[in-house]
Design a protein around this ligand. Structure first.
Ligand SMILES: C[S@@+](CC[C@H](N)C(=O)[O-])C[C@H]1O[C@@H](n2cnc3c(N)ncnc32)[C@H](O)[C@@H]1O
Length: 203
């Protein structure tokens, strides 16, 4: 599945950027600001699925940012966008990072590309990569979708997600205390979309 996602984002970089620009009411800035306000200057922040690096660029104003993306084209854009950032081209569901290497992990609209059976192991990895008390900020899909493969923005794409109560349980079970856990609806170009935003602290 991750190959489908990688190949898709290699192909649709321009279309995706243009589609994203047409979203109305994206709450990411508010959540990113809340996340950032809870971190000290110089914190080590890992962004999973950083895409073209727009959030990484904002975060890099105060933090040491490491971005991970599976798509070489997205990472090329991110590196140009954030000259001070460190970027890794990898599938974060199969990534070996040292324990306690980060103070915070952020991911914006990415985990709905992760196959269901890989979400709990991914959350466990994130917990291990974080220091005790480290922060996790993520937007999860909310539909009960075991796995959907089809055409999206002109490429074949894979999506998957759990209902919110399951995601909440998985985050808790991975060793996090939930600070905020909210459903937020906004307008994508095709119509309304809802995501589950989670801000959590590792215990
Ligand atoms: C919907 S885009 C979001 C990009 C960026 N976070 C944003 O909000 O604009 C999803 C991104 O996650 C990346 N991605 C998806 N699954 C991944 C995986 N398993 N490992 C690394 N990157 C992944 C894709 O390549 C793509 O850049």
């Amino acid at each position: 599945m991750t190959e489908i996602v990688r190949d898709g984002y290699e192909r649709i970089a321009d279309v995706f950027a243009e589609w994203r620009d047409r979203i109305e009411g994206d709450p990411r800035r508010d959540w990113r600001n809340d996340f950032a306000a809870r971190l000290p200057d110089g914190a080590r922040v890992l962004e999973l699925g950083c895409g073209s690096g727009d959030d990484a660029r904002e975060l890099a104003q105060r933090f040491r940012v490491t971005g991970v993306d599976i798509s070489s084209e997205q990472l090329r854009r991110a590196s140009a966008n954030v000259p001070d950032g460190e970027f890794i081209q990898a599938d974060f569901t199969a990534l070996d990072l040292p324990a306690a290497a980060f103070d915070a992990v952020a991911s914006f609209y990415v985990f709905n590309h992760v196959p269901r059976d890989l979400l709990a192991p991914l959350l466990a990895d994130i917990h291990r990569w974080l220091v005790r008390g480290g922060l996790l900020l993520a937007a999860f899909g909310v539909s009960d979708t075991d796995g959907w493969t089809g055409e999206w923005l002109g490429a074949t794409m894979f999506f998957s997600s759990f209902p919110p109560e399951t995601t909440t349980r998985l985050v808790r079970d991975a060793g996090f205390e939930l600070l905020r856990d909210e459903l937020v609806t906004f307008r994508e170009p095709e119509g309304e979309a809802t995501f589950q935003w989670v801000l959590a602290r590792s215990t």
